[in-house]
Ligand binder design. Sequence first.
Ligand SMILES: [Zn+2]
Ligand SMILES: [Zn+2]
Length: 347
Amino acid sequence: MIAAKGYAAQTPGTPLAPWNFERREPGPHDVQFDILFCGVCHSDLHQVRNDWFPGIFPMVPGHEIVGRVIKVGDHVKKFKVGDLAGTGCLVDSCRTCENCRQDLEQYCLNGNSQTYNGLEQDKKTPTYGGYSNTIVVHEDFVLHISKKLDLAAAAPLLCAGITTWSPLRHWKVGKGHKLAVLGLGGLGHMGVKFGVAFGAEVTVLSTSPKKEADAKKLGAHHFLVTTDPAQVKAATHSFDFILDTVSAEHDINMYMSMLKTHGTHICVGVPPKPAPIHPFSLIGGRKSLAGSGIGGLAETQEMLDFCEKHNIVSDIEIIDIKNIQDAYDRMLKGDVRYRFVIDMATL
Ligand SMILES: [Zn+2]
Ligand SMILES: [Zn+2]
């Protein structure tokens, strides 16, 4: 086994603290890479607190992981020592089910292996995430990261990036479409960047008028304050798509009134409670309410390659791992522009 160190929550809700643990020796198909940066996702905060479901503890969060390869197994073809590498929300899947065979490992029917707070495919070995110094992953679940990108700012592409990329691609959002991005946080700011890059006319919907300047700087064409009933009313039947990135409670019915006929409201954020939907919100205009979760491995690489070509990364604030609790507190208040990324040299 390999000695690893990281930051872990020992039990639900306890503050993260240094923890020594072990990872497997790289097997024939494994890549080991030293972690240089790890993004801080909203889901990290929720999972260490057991907000969504009972977790596996001790828990080392982190699934926006980038670093440099230090060891490869004998059969590894895609990577060599010294390459930049990344791993997102998944480290394995069954590879045989209908979805895995279609590059949809994120929807593996036999249960994929989440990068942390999950189990390897043996269904008993816990996985530990990227708030740590090193990681061992099967090469099929390791992504190439371009040297041309700012490495720290590329880390959030592995969750926030792919989570917004995948639905925009699936619904073929682009030229001629009016896209509304609901919420301007870690996910939302990537949704804006991709929407603009795909040629859509992008409006940011936000409760906070203070975010207008930022939205425009990110490339959004319009900005709408959703707490202003006059602005909401004026936007009735306006959008082909709403990309809903909000993880706090909100009235989806109100937002769906802003969709055109045949419009689609796509949920990627996860509020703590189920949202009531009035059937009339769907019936009037034959509208769709949909959802999307992260993305498959091939699709994630496609996104990273697109980002290299178009020089797209996240807007980030680099933090010392010792300040992770402070970062969580600030994230809860929405006080981050737009993603914290841990400099793992501070571990
Ligand atoms: Zn995430
Ligand atoms: Zn599968």
